[in-house]
Write a protein that binds this ligand. Structure first.
Ligand code: CA
Ligand code: ZN
Length: 254
């Protein structure tokens, strides 16, 4: 299976600097505890990307734009579905525009801009997409370490083959949507929730919490999420959504 969802952080000059990282297959998530007044960074099936400098999501709106005209044509339906769910879940407004703007070659995007793009093998590797999030660097301010914005390059190969992810067309469609949602989740501050579930000493691909139906978080690396015709592309209710909600709760907490 082709890998998806490999993400790296990008330096944001004057805003926030994050070390480049590859697949985040790190520590066992610490379960969220109740009745806490401080920030929480992980829970069952979700993890906030603190190593990329993001601790929270801003309450002010975010704007979704596209890297190229072809990207806009391809990704607008995905963006609308993602923006709708994120707005409903977080209370922060995400708006899809028709604006074309090229991802920067240095520094970061305009504040609160989230650019979606499609191109062939953006990293050079087959089937690999990348997210480049930035974070705010405003010590002492409530929005310190919020998601600044950033951009995503989706690998065009997902669409150039009709069955890139699966020979089952329903599954293939759902997984294509999940791939876009996964990368977008990185932009707003979610990391891979993989952990050493089988305790063999290594955090492996697909090693994430899953429910009785086998469903993993959409943020699981390299992939996860719902596989249905109408459910594909959604942040999972039991895993990813609590993480998104916590990102907003963390605002102003550090
Ligand atoms: Ca393992
Ligand atoms: Zn990823």
């Amino acid at each position: 299976m082709p890998s998806v969802g490999c993400s790296r952080t990008r330096r944001a000059v004057g805003f926030g600097i994050a070390a480049a990282v590859g697949l985040i297959l790190a520590a066992t998530p610490t379960p969220a505890r109740g009745a806490t007044t401080g920030p929480v960074y992980s829970g069952t099936g979700w993890k906030i990307w603190t190593s990329a400098g993001i601790h929270s999501l801003d309450r002010d709106p975010y704007t979704i734009t596209f890297a190229t005209s072809a990207s806009r044509t391809r990704l607008t339906p995905y963006a609308k579905a993602i923006a709708s769910q994120l707005t409903a879940v977080t209370g922060t407004r995400f708006t899809v525009t028709t604006t074309i703007e090229a991802p920067p070659t240095g520094g970061c995007v305009k504040e609160h801009h989230l650019i979606l793009g499609v191109k062939y093998r953006p990293t050079g590797a087959k089937g690999v997409s990348h997210a480049y999030p930035c974070y705010t660097n405003r010590p002492g301010q409530p929005d310190n370490h919020t998601a600044w914005g950033g951009w995503v390059w989706m690998d065009s190969e997902y669409w150039s083959s009709s069955h890139w992810f699966s020979t089952n067309s329903t599954t293939n469609t759902a997984m294509t949507k999940n791939a876009v949602t996964h990368e977008f989740g990185h932009l707003v501050g979610l990391a891979h929730p993989n952990y050493d579930r089988d305790k063999d000493g290594t955090v492996e691909p697909f090693e994430c919490v899953k429910n009785s139906a086998g469903r993993r978080p959409v943020m699981c690396a390299p992939s996860g999420g719902y596989m249905g015709a109408t459910t594909g592309g959604k942040f999972t209710t039991e895993y990813d959504v609590p993480g998104l909600k916590q990102l907003v709760k963390n605002y102003g907490l550090g």
